[in-house]
Design a protein around this ligand. Structure first.
Ligand SMILES: O=C(CO)[C@@H](O)[C@H](O)[C@H](O)[C@H](O)COP(=O)(O)O
Ligand SMILES: [Zn+2]
Length: 190
């Protein structure tokens, strides 16, 4: 079987290059996250499938270390507790798995980051809406045209592509840039 790997890599690179258009929004996300942590609040993250892995990946970078030594930064992903996730899905509905956790955990002035390549995952949209009601600032990493989530979130960072895996690849570039600059700030300012 002959596959055009070079073409796949070229196509991914092209989408990543286009993400320079999102620089202003990425800068805003960095500033919001820094001021939130400086004021003693936390970062809460969630998404489905590959984006659940991305939510956990970001929390790990902040709690642990990205590249340099500094204090642990407060971040938690709502995608990891199988007892909570199964009971909420079983007793309420899968659409509520993040909403209900946000109702219990998100406090005023926290930052909530939802990740969805389609922009249309109901559970992510409901988690963001519930968090806004609680006075959190909300950010979403999205794709396609931003879907339903773009309409409810405070700051959307929407990758201009309809290809789920390529959107995820760009999300990863974007959140690594965010983690790098947040980390540099706390290395110098703590
Ligand atoms: O990783 C992938 C595809 O690359 C999948 O697991 C993907 O994340 C899942 O289909 C998700 O359920 C898609 O949800 P969303 O990004 O549209 O919110
Ligand atoms: Zn994937």
């Amino acid at each position: 079987m002959q596959v055009d790997i070079e073409e796949s890599i070229k196509s991914s690179s092209e989408i990543i290059r286009n993400a320079t258009k999102l620089a202003t929004k990425i800068q805003s996300a960095i500033e919001i996250i820094i001021s939130t942590i400086e004021q003693g609040h936390k970062i809460v993250l969630f998404g489905n499938g590959g984006s659940a892995a991305d939510a956990q990946h970001i929390a790990a970078e902040l709690i642990g270390r990205f590249k340099i030594e500094r204090r642990s930064l407060p971040a938690i992903s709502l995608t990891t507790d199988s007892s909570i996730l199964t009971s909420l899905s079983n007793d309420y509905s899968f659409d509520m798995i993040f909403e209900r956790q946000c109702e219990g955990l998100v406090l005023k002035d926290d930052v909530v980051i939802g990740i969805s390549t389609s922009g249309n995952s109901k559970n992510v949209e409901r988690g963001i809406s519930a968090s806004k009601k609680r006075g959190a600032k909300t950010i979403a990493l999205l794709g396609n045209n931003g879907g339903i989530i773009k309409n409810v979130v405070d700051l959307d960072i929407t990758v201009d592509s309809e290809n789920t895996s390529q959107i995820q690849e760009v999300h990863r570039v974007i959140y690594h840039i965010i983690c790098e600059h947040v980390e540099k700030y706390f290395e110098k300012n703590d």
